[in-house]
Design a protein around this ligand. Structure first.
Ligand code: NAP
Length: 308
C-alpha cells in the first residue's frame, strides 16, 4: 500500500513542500505520496477526518487553517498547545497528534540570520495568524524582552497577546495598531523585523513602505516564493540583513518528515529540491481541490473568527 501525506491549506499551489517531501520519500525508498489538498475552512473538518484512513501517515497544515485545526485532532504536543496552532499532524496508532514544527524551523532560521551578531532582544512581528503565533512563542522562549505585534485586524493581535499572557509575563509583549507613524517609531527602536503575515505571498505587495525601513535592521520574511519579496528587496536596498522563509521551510519540513516516518530527514536531498524549485520555478504538482470548485483565493477578505 502506498502511504499518503497531504498538505491541507487554501491556497496550496504556491507551496514548495510537495516537491521537497516527495524527493525525501523517494531518496529513502519510502513508498509514500505527498498530495496538495486545497480545502476551504468549511471543508477542513472533513479533510482531517479523512486522515484517519489506514493509508495516511499524516499531514502538513498551512494557511489559513493552523489555528482552526487545533480542536480537530485527538491530542496536542505541549508546544502546539502552548502556541495554539498546529502545522503537522502525525499518527500515534489510531490517534491524530497535532505538532508544531514551525517554532523549531523559525528558531533555526533566526540563528542563521543573526549569525555572529548579538541576538537582539526586541522584535517587531507583522501578522497574528498561525505562523505569527509560532514566531512570537519562539521569541518569548528565546529570551526576547520586548515584542510588538502589528496586524491588519488589531483584535486578532490582541487575542494572541492575551493567549500568551502567562508565558510572556516576564517580558513586554504588546499589540499595536497598524498605523505608519506607530510602525515607523517601533522600527527605529528594534533590530529585528519578521513578516509573518501573508502579504507578498500571492501578490508583490509589501507590508512596509520602503522609506520606513531603517538601515541595519535584520529582516526575515516567512514568504519564500518568490525568493526575494518586495519587502526583502526594499530591505536589502536599505542595507538591512535579509532572509526569506526557505530555511524555515526546510527545517520545519525535516521535522515533519521525521514525525511521519521515524527516519532522519535527508536534508541535502530536500535542500537540493528547494534549489531546483527556486531556480526552475515551482514543480507543478497536481492540486486536489476537493469535491467543490474552489474560487480564486481572496487573501484580503475577512478571515474566519479567530480563537482568542
Ligand atoms: P494565516 O493563519 O492565514 O494568517 C495570515 C496572516 O496574514 C494574518 O495575520 C492576516 O491578517 C495577514 N494577512 C493576510 N492577508 C493580508 C492582507 N492583504 N493585508 C494585511 N494582512 C494580511 O496564515 P499563516 O499560516 O500564519 O501564514 C502566514 C504566512 O507565513 C504565509 O505567507 C505562509 O506561507 C508563511 N509561512 C511560511 C513558513 C515557512 O516555513 N517559511 C511557515 C509558516 C508560514 P488578519 O488577521 O488581519 O487577516
Amino acid at each position: 500500500m502506498t502511504n499518503r501525506v497531504v498538505l491541507i491549506g487554501h491556497p496550496v499551489a504556491h507551496s514548495f513542500s510537495g516537491g521537497m517531501q516527495q524527493a525525501a520519500f523517494d531518496a529513502l525508498g519510502i513508498d509514500a505520496r505527498y498530495e496538495l489538498w486545497d480545502r476551504r475552512p468549511l471543508d477542513l473538518a472533513d479533510a482531517v477526518a479523512e486522515l484517519r484512513g489506514d493509508d495516511f501517515l499524516g499531514a502538513n497544515i498551512t494557511i489559513p487553517h493552523k489555528e482552526h485545526v487545533v480542536p480537530l485532532v485527538d491530542k496536542l504536543t505541549e508546544e502546539a498547545q502552548a502556541i495554539g496552532a498546529v502545522n503537522v499532524i502525525a499518527r500515534d496508532g489510531k490517534r491524530l497528534i497535532g505538532h508544531n514544527t514551525d517554532v523549531a524551523g523559525f528558531k533555526s532560521a533566526l540563528d542563521k540570520l543573526v549569525g555572529r551578531q548579538k541576538m537582539p532582544r526586541y522584535a517587531v512581528v507583522l501578522g497574528a495568524g498561525g505562523a505569527a503565533r509560532a514566531v512570537v512563542y519562539a521569541l518569548i522562549t528565546d529570551g526576547f524582552q520586548r515584542v510588538v505585534v502589528f496586524n491588519r485586524h488589531l483584535h486578532r493581535a490582541e487575542g494572541m497577546v492575551r493567549h500568551f499572557g502567562k508565558s510572556a509575563s516576564h517580558m513586554d509583549l504588546r499589540a499595536m495598531p497598524w498605523h505608519e507613524s506607530v510602525l515607523e517609531a517601533e522600527l527605529l527602536k528594534t533590530k529585528l523585523l519578521v513578516n509573518a503575515s501573508s502579504i507578498g505571498l500571492v501578490t508583490n505587495e509589501t507590508p512596509i513602505p520602503a522609506e520606513l525601513l531603517p538601515p541595519d535592521l535584520m529582516v526575515m520574511d516567512l514568504v519564500y516564493n518568490p525568493s526575494q519579496s518586495q519587502l526583502l528587496k526594499d530591505a536589502a536596498a536599505a542595507r538591512c540583513t535579509v532572509m526569506n522563509g526557505e530555511h524555515m521551510l526546510l527545517q520545519q519540513g525535516a521535522r515533519s518528515f521525521e514525525l511521519w516516518t521515524g527516519k532522519p530527514a535527508p536534508l541535502d536531498v530536500m535542500q537540493a529540491e528547494l534549489d531546483r524549485a527556486r531556480e526552475q520555478g515551482l514543480r507543478q504538482m497536481p492540486v486536489d481541490t476537493g469535491s467543490t470548485a474552489v474560487p480564486p483565493v481572496d487573501l484580503a477578505a475577512d478571515p474566519p473568527a479567530p480563537r482568542g
